[in-house]
Design a protein around this ligand. Structure first.
Ligand SMILES: [Zn+2]
Length: 323
């Protein structure tokens, strides 16, 4: 059975047909997330139909649709509860009615990091893992946690997903969430330029001459021997590792899955990150395993497909028996 999955990212909306843990048709459109969600829904609908036609996958051969958003999602009511800046008009949008009217298919909804964790533990780099946390270093920092095979959602839908807003410096800068010293405010792609300008020696770095830059340029500059980039990466690693230590202390995983654009440089960054975490973490029981998502672009879609599949087979099953 095919499942249709839609991942509303900050930069792109990714759309896929998934069958047995494999993406069999894929499309992507620019998100223009600042303009909101409503203008994109017609386009999403068009791409879903087009992909189905091109891949000869009729809607009758699909079990359901899954939608992921970078915010707090009520998975039972299939509604968005909270989101920062992007897709602000998605509040109150009747996603379930949309899926029923446009495609006559049932809908599942999930936070994007949680969907990625389900994707990675179902079919990805942590397949079969039942106790895991996931950290996505994207524009912001997304997280999710699974304990004993069950992904954590919590009473208000926010369990596990606010790891980017763990404070690692109580007198640090104020974050867009209102908290101070969040990992995301100190060390995410979103704030990289602001934080770099506060660091000593930035003006003499080749990065200072660039109009705009991100993780990729920072790592390149470091590889090319820029002393500022080296020092700045060390500083960022302190914050990233503090965030991961907090996740480990909170959720007791066996595996930490690291994902997102930053992990394109996993060859140099993962050892740094792992050493910094292992230096500080509580490890009386042993050592947590680190793994990098093999294909970060697809993990959300795979997770949504798994949820959609389970929703089809689990109808009538008790809530606490589900993922
Ligand atoms: Zn925050």
């Amino acid at each position: 059975m095919n499942q249709i999955a839609v991942d509303f990212g900050g930069t792109n909306v990714k759309i896929g047909y998934v069958r047995e843990g494999r993406i069999v048709a894929f499309g992507s459109i620019p998100a223009h997330s600042a303009l909101g969600l409503l203008p994109r829904m017609k386009e999403v609908e068009r791409v879903i139909r087009e992909l189905g036609r091109n891949g000869s996958i009729p809607l009758e051969a699909c079990g359901g649709i899954g939608i992921a958003l970078p915010g707090v999602v009520d998975t039972k009511a299939r509604k968005l509860l909270a989101i920062h800046e992007k897709y602000a008009d998605a509040y109150g949008f009747p996603f379930e009615e949309w899926a029923a009217e446009a495609f006559s298919l049932p809908l599942v909804m999930e936070n994007d990091a949680r969907a990625a964790l389900i994707g990675e533990t179902s079919w990805g780099s942590a397949r079969g893992e039942r106790d895991a946390v996931l950290v996505i270093f994207g524009t912001g920092i997304g997280t999710a946690a699974m304990i004993d095979g069950k992904v954590l959602r919590g009473k208000h839908g926010q369990a596990g997903i606010l790891g980017g807003h763990f404070s690692v410096a109580s007198r640090g800068p104020v974050c867009n969430c209102g908290n101070t010293g969040c990992v995301e405010e100190l060390a995410s792609h979103r704030t990289l330029l602001v934080r770099a300008r506060e660091e000593e020696g930035f003006s003499s770095s080749p990065l200072a001459a660039l109009p705009d830059w991100g993780y990729a340029e920072l790592i390149r500059s470091w590889r090319e021997g820029d002393p500022f980039a080296k020092k700045f990466v060390e500083r960022l690693t302190e914050y990233w590792s503090a965030g991961i230590v907090n996740l480990i202390h909170a959720y007791d995983p066996e595996t930490v899955i690291v994902s997102g654009g930053l992990m394109k440089s996993a060859d140099v960054l993962l050892p740094l990150l792992r050493d910094a975490v292992m230096d500080k973490v509580w490890k009386a029981w042993g050592s947590v395993r680190f793994t990098v998502a093999a294909d970060p672009e697809s993990s959300v879609l795979l997770g949504l497909a798994r949820l959609s599949e389970d929703a089809v087979t689990n109808r009538g099953m008790k809530e606490d028996e589900r993922i």
